[in-house]
Ligand binder design. Structure first.
Ligand code: AMP
Ligand code: MG
Length: 421
């Protein structure tokens, strides 16, 4: 008998020659994703979080007219005596929304409120705190002023014809305000992709049912629901499917008919009950199924008819990690979103982090800023891919690249802030 066994590369190995790099996986995915070209026109409030489908140019100047930035007095700067005190005659009043319709001449001033249109003949606003009004129509102003001070000019914020929203922009609260300030009531946005998902596993029990020995509650559908609900997608939750090739096949075909992207969790590894890859090979095509990442190595990507397919691993932390690294970019490309990628920062590690070279490792951290405004990061405790509390306690991922061979306290590391805090 041989005194050793023949072993195959596994999740326990730091590197696996069959795994492709994260960059390679992203590039292969990108080649297969075609952006959604359908769009719909909606009232702007319904566009929050959606992806803009048509460049918007401003139909007007904002502000539309030169106006006062302060409560005070509108004057012609040339009325001031530049060596001493000038005494001007107040000839009227201008409110925001109710213009003074006379002309302000030399030696005169108009009482003016913030936002009121600059009266004809004026070019400068003296703040009321810097003027002395006697209540009888005489206003004294000293020489400490600049020509044009406290005036907001027409088109200063947005000029007519200026592009205010690019195609691919994600509509945020400020965008809603900008659109409203231009009088734009409706916007064309990209159709929401439909994302269908289901969990696979004979051990999984849905909420509300008793837990028999060896069974666990299905948590992945809840994290996926949470992650997807924040995105501009329509969600189709197809429940829990047993580890049976026929059930997996029919559910995948149904999902692919309905959805732009189908996500499953579990069943992508090399166990005897892992059927996702063989079913995918039968009804679609598989681009890859092993990535040099921890957790998340067996992530499987392919297509079923016109739908994209992503088979995420079953371990709950691997689901969240692979979602952040692969599902988000895929959805951004589907919607042609130009959203900024998640914020990455450099931080000093508070703890030592075990890591062997060979693959990108994504640990869970708690980032804080210290008294010197330096970002610091500590780990959330045990980092096993089944330990979901390592995610729920964390506010960031710690990204340790392929070559990294471990971290000591004081070393600098990259962190990626969660965008759902
Ligand atoms: P698998 O990838 O199917 O081998 O699953 C890997 C590990 O993740 C196993 O311990 C599963 O029990 C667990 N797991 C799989 N699916 C889920 C799920 N939906 N919710 C919670 N744990 C899961
Ligand atoms: Mg399983």
């Amino acid at each position: 008998m041989k005194d050793s066994i023949t072993s195959a590369p596994s999740c326990a190995d730091p590197s696996d020659p069959e795994s492709i790099s994260v960059a390679d996986a992203l590039a292969q995915m990108s080649q297969q994703i075609q952006k959604i070209t359908d769009s719909e026109t909606l009232a702007i409030r319904d566009c929050l979080g959606r992806i803009n489908a048509e460049e918007i140019q401003s139909p007007i100047n904002v502000p539309g007219h030169a106006n006062s930035a302060m409560d005070g007095f509108a004057i012609a700067f040339s009325s001031l005596d530049n060596s001493g005190i000038s005494e001007l005659t107040e000839i009227g009043i201008a409110y925001a929304g109710v213009a003074f319709d006379g002309v302000c001449g030399d030696g005169e001033c108009v009482r003016i409120m913030t936002g009121a249109v600059m009266p004809e003949g004026t070019d400068t606003i003296i703040m009321q705190e810097q003027a002395e009004a006697d209540g009888q129509g005489r206003v004294r102003i000293d020489a400490n002023h600049q020509n044009g001070e406290n005036v907001r000019y027409a088109g200063e914020d947005i000029a007519e014809g200026q592009t205010v929203l690019e195609v691919g922009a994600s509509i945020n609260p400020a965008n809603l305000g900008v659109l409203a300030s231009l009088g734009i009531a409706e916007l064309k946005v990209t159709r929401k992709p439909v994302v269908a998902f289901f969990s696979t596993g004979d051990e999984l029990v849905s909420l509300g049912q008793p837990l028999e020995k060896g069974k666990i509650y299905d948590s992945n559908r809840y994290t996926l629901f949470g992650l997807l609900s924040r995105l501009p997608v329509d969600i189709l939750d197809l429940g829990v499917i047993k580890d049976e090739p026929e059930s997996i096949k029919s559910t995948l075909l149904h999902a692919a008919e309905k959805a732009d992207l189908v996500i499953t969790t579990g069943g992508v590894s090399v166990g005897d009950a892992d059927y996702i890859k063989s079913v995918l090979a039968e009804i679609g095509n598989m681009a890859f199924w092993k990535i040099a990442i921890k957790p998340g190595r067996p992530l499987t990507f392919g297509k079923i008819n016109n739908s994209l397919f992503m088979g995420l691993p079953g371990n709950p932390v691997a689901v969240m990690v692979t979602f952040s690294q692969f599902v988000i970019p895929a959805l951004q490309q589907l919607c042609a979103s130009t959203a900024h990628t998640p914020i990455k920062l450099r931080a000093i590690a508070n703890d030592s982090l075990r890591k062997r070279p060979g693959r990108l490792e994504i640990q869970r951290g708690i980032a804080t800023r210290d008294d010197d405004n330096q970002w610091r990061v500590g780990k959330t405790g045990k980092q096993g891919s089944g330990i979901l509390t390592s995610m729920s306690k964390a506010n960031c991922f710690i990204l340790l690249d392929e070559d990294n061979a471990g971290v000591e306290p004081g070393d600098s590391v990259d962190i990626q802030l969660f965008d759902w805090q």
